[in-house]
Ligand binder design. Sequence first.
Ligand code: ADP
Ligand code: MG
Ligand code: ZN
Length: 477
Amino acid sequence: MSWETVIGLEVHCQLNTKTKAFCGCSTAFGAEPNTQTCPVCLGMPGQLPVLNKVAVEKTILTGLAINAKINLESKFDRKNYFYPDLPKGYQISQFAVPIVEGGYIDIPTKDGGEKRLGVTRIHMEEDAGKSMHEGLDAVSHIDLNRSGIPLMEIVSEPDMRSADEAVAYLKQLHQIIRFLGVSDADMEKGQFRCDANISVRRPGEPFGTRTEMKNMNSFRHIKQAIEFEVLRQIEIIEDGGKVIQETRLWDSVKNESRSMRGKEEAHDYRYFPEPDLPPLRVTQEEVDQLKAGMPELPAQLRHRFEAEYGLSAYDADVLTQTRELADWYEALVAAHPADPKRCANWMANELLGRLKEANQELHDSKVTPARLAALLDRLADNTISGKAAKDVLDAMMDSDDSADAIIEAKGLKQVSDTGAIDALIAEVMAANPAQVESYRAGKEKLMGFFVGQVMKASRGTANPGLVNQRLKALLKG
Ligand code: ADP
Ligand code: MG
Ligand code: ZN
């Protein structure tokens, strides 16, 4: 009998506000340690927090984007624990009443459909500082610049049934957050981090005991970690053992997980209402206003690209991965409106492929929408062949010359002059009398051979459509 995997995800996402959640300190990344701190975020006694309004707005926007309910009144609580990078001895969080509840994210499925994955809640909290041990001998250093940076914690329902579904959910969420502009969500900088709760069961049975996997900072690691953990749990159960509830740490160097703490050592956070902050109240008007100003989201954009430009689901997905890609594509279509599908093909397959190979970013490329459009115009009016257009694009990657200048310089102009093509055909026929005879005797498959020979004789510049047409006429004899 087979096993079913059950996964629920907790994502911590740093909001990109200018200042911290409860004080005016800068949130800029990469400053000298402990230069962006004040008595509030250092946790000095008697200091009072003042809530950052922009952080509230960004959290509400995220809630609206996943179709959740916004609680017009929510509460802050103290989550008590001791850790060297948490000088206050508690973290301000939302426990009993979070600002966002419910909602969902749709992920694409293999059969071309969608699967809906539930979100339990999004609450606001503050980040802790950073302990640094690496390269230090028997001491640790603490940087409190991160202390007090606003976070959203996005908790999912245990709805995922595979590592792939978990990664698909995370990618969708990541994309939504980037489109909203509420976080830079740079995973390498720890701005979007994920804990995965994992269990296995026989289909139809109640949920099994879960473990929580921490410390994962890339989609690839998350997939590996989940797959590793699923196999580990199945092996334990099949050997007659029991999975114990514990927190595990993923080691992305050794590609294995190890126990961090068991249920017995689990924190008892002793949550209680934060006495220094009143309940958080927002009005329906404020929520409506945020909703009205919400940018187009990835799913909407994907559907619009399919409907408006006739793109395949695959191309629409590729071209809406980031706002930048989508804007670039729309600028290209505006400059070459005759054929949005041709625009998509050339951007997604040809341009993005070349950029990847050259390890270049779209915004650093010499190829702009206007320059690519000028090239596509020449393809559309049959000045050049598809093959030649690829050569022109190659050249454009590191040249400022226009498409026309490159076509001219490389002599790529397509020959669409019937007389010139007939002359080439005559040459080819004269050189291959046996094939001409076979063709005339009914071996029509030879057409491909003749087209190839004529194209070769023209060094790729003959218009293939015209070559076909003239060959048919002349081969008849
Ligand atoms: P905690 O407060 O200990 O983190 P929660 O009940 O809030 O626990 O759940 C945390 C996450 O674990 C949620 O994303 C939830 O969907 C997921 N989860 C709960 N039970 C299971 C289970 N049996 N298997 C997998 N994930 C689970
Ligand atoms: Mg948890
Ligand atoms: Zn501060």
